[in-house]
Design a protein. Sequence first.
Lengths: 164, 663, 174
Amino acid sequence: MTKPDQPRSTYITTAFWWLLLLTFSAWAQPTPNTPPPDFSPRVFEIARELRCPVCQGESAAESNAGIAVEMRRIIAEQLAQGRTEAEIRQFFVDRYGDWILYQPPVRGLTLWVWLSPLVGLALLGIGLWRYLARVRAQAQATASDVSEEEIARLESELSQTPER
Amino acid sequence: MTPGLLGGITLLAALIFSVLGLVMGILAHTLRDGRYLEAAKRLAALTLLAALLSFGSLEWAILTNDFSVSYVAGHSSANNPLWVKLVTPWAALEGSILLWAMLQAAYTWLVSLRVGHSLDLWRAPAALGTLFAVQVFFFAVMVFVAHPFDAVSNPPPDGQGTNPLLQNHWMMAVHPVLMYLGFVGLSVPFAYAVAAMVAQRYQSWIFETRWWTLVAWGFLTAAIFTGKWWSYEILGWGGYWAWDPVENASIIPWLLATAFLHTAQVQERKGLFKGWNFAFITLAFAATVFGTFLTRSGVIQSVHAFASGPVGAWFLVFLLGVMAVGLGLLARVSSEIREAGEVRWRSREGALLAGALFFGTFAFVVVLGTLWPLLVEALSGAKVSVGAPFFNQVSIPLGVFMLLLMGIGPVLPWRHTNAEVVRNLSAMLVALGVGTLIGFGLGLTLGVSLAIGLFAYNLTAVGLMVAQGVRERARSLGMPAGQALLELAASHKRRFGSHIVHLGIALAALAIAFSQTYRVTEQKTLQVGEVWQTRGMEVRLLSIGAREEANRFAAVAPIEVRSISREGWGSDGRYQTRLNFYPQMGSPLATPVVKYSLYNDFYFVLMQFDQDKGQWATLKIIVTPMVGWLWVAGLIIVLGTVYILWPSPARVASRQMSPTAGD
Amino acid sequence: MLRFWPIWVLLLGGLFYWGLQRPNPDELKSVLVGRPAPTFSLPLLAPYRPTFGLEMGIGERLEKPVLLNIWASWCIPCRTEAPLLERFYRQHKDQILILGVNVQDREADALKFVQQYGLTFPSVFDGRGRIGIEYGYYGVPETFVISREGTVLARHAGELSEVQLRAYLEQVLR
């Protein structure tokens, strides 16, 4: 079926909208046909910290699934009631558990993931230190094969020619 | 000869050739007979031919709508536009493995051509053997578990179509190929490393893999940036990186490869870090296998995941095998490796080592964060999520340190410091301070101000190095400054190119800091004709209509935008916001309209509309500052890499001389 | 550290192997188990109003234990489950109440669904899924087993089988 390219809504007949409705209801996951409330930027900021329960790894701010839309609505309502961000997050944790938060709580087992940069640095640092110590031991082992005067002569030569 | 038949036969042939190649490599190594090596080289060419034919057959099947092939029936449709059909091979699991295997065969063949030039007869069998082993794995996975050419007994009249998310943007044709080129490219330095450890020649492999590593790194970087741009353009949430497990799986090899790229330079010039480089490249290549394991096993939830299945177990075994080979060999030879001296921290090698330390830590943090939910569930049964907020917070301090080191590194000379260097460093620190203070003065946050300061710091570093080089040349060769600059650029390609790349990275960091901190999202429902004043713009909803296209149905709501203050500068225009309905998807796909400008990017998304009478529409507007510069930065980095790799007449001559000649 | 590489590799492998082998990677345990079920009262779908009144829901105390079944008309496993639930309800309606909550749906489609399967157990209409979120749902169908005292005993995500239904019935009658 062909349609005029961009019909203005005043020219659209009821029949066309019925057709549209039928097509959409055949394809789309139906949502009630009422406009959603307006969302301030803060709603999206808070939603970004929450996970969308039905989606594969999207936050409640990004996802267009029905649950996510409703979650944003809940956030907007609670903000209007004057709740704080922490209280709103707790609301969802009470119903879904810690899993719904994208920032793992800083206690218990998940404390360690927050410490992971320090742990990583420490592990790598220790490994590096032991490696360098071994290298130094190696270098000293070979250096002791060379006589002291030779070393002194070479050092003075090196300090005279600046290296770039 | 149907495409399915040809594809199946050539796929099996590719597997057999790869196995034979592996056998030839082993024989050449154990029997020290060069003829087996020659046979292996021929087999590399044959495998590539078979792989190309197989891939071509898949394309042929898709283009001719041959639904007797299960892959085509499952993932293609006769209604798909031509370009979508051309990219369908990598839209789903089996085809993507075929693409990977074909690229691997191509790389193996290229390496086989180098035998005799840069690969001596001692190490060539081990290197080729490793590459053949990797190939055997990928072809075997297809032949035994995930066959693209399985036959369908009753071919349906039409296929099930391609995932609509992959049909929305032409980047689908580019990004996956770039990514695979990068991933597969890392197998070459790994193979050389294995050969080096087997043949116990621990230094020369670094020279030979210099360009291979850079090429692979370049492809990876280009792939990551194009991936970011692609998701920015189509996903409708104004972001470009979600720290999704599969995205993390692509950045971990990138981090390790970057670290390796730099410590390899130290080994090249000073003979240090030999053991570490073996470990780094093993981990980098293992990280790419880890990435494909995550994507295809269903172990961790992700929007990018392919369907899971028995494939996961195979990839797990391969991952463990790669790590076992690399680390096992290293453990065996590490006592034998002799370093060329000590590391002094206040020198370039010290800075590069510190940088590698931070890149390694960053990679560790990303791996741990990605695996954390799995680990916690295994240990305690609890379910937790680790997502973007965590990674964003953790990457800030690490990123700051890395940017600091990126500036210092080139400024410090090898081996020691001197007075001129201290002067340069002071100038850079002054730039850092001034930049940060300017940020504070403008009322920006600490993170963004630091980003400005670090950008100024790196700009100063590059400027000082270039000025120094130009000054020396002008003085010693007696030429004007401009000519000296050109001469410097031409003769020190690597150094100059790295300056360009580092500037690109600093710019990217600046763009990321601004766009992440100051992005604003807002949503409002408008009646037709209503005007919405927000973010320095006036947005008017003009009408609501519909459009039917070959593979989808779209509701279109044209809007007209006028900027009324500085914040909305650059947003003027008329935009067709749309909501796409695909038959295969339950809910509609909101596709954004993006308006780029030098400062702010404006994103308009149609979220919902009045289905009964077409009188209202819900619009989401996202304003993101400075994000356009992220793409500019990506382009700069890629151009810098190309500049380094661009063959110059001087280098061709130097390649025949000692490996240490040239920059 | 490098010397112990087999240990690191095996540990990693063990973790991933466990990850591949676990039966239900996407399953989420409900935090409501053992806690009082959230109370609500929603309008019933038209066919049930003559029998059950205008609204229905979960109160502080219940006459009978309740199987709260969250469903939607576009959900295919819900369609497979519906005849089973209906049969079960007819057999045990004096012991247990099955209350359906229709979420993410349009009322017309919900009515068509209950007519198609001839469902006699009542369902309420929760178009946007607000009550679903109160219960922490993450997909459809989902069933909550609620005791007479109003405590949530279990949450079943996904389609129910005859065996599982009977097990829940036993659990709630104990």
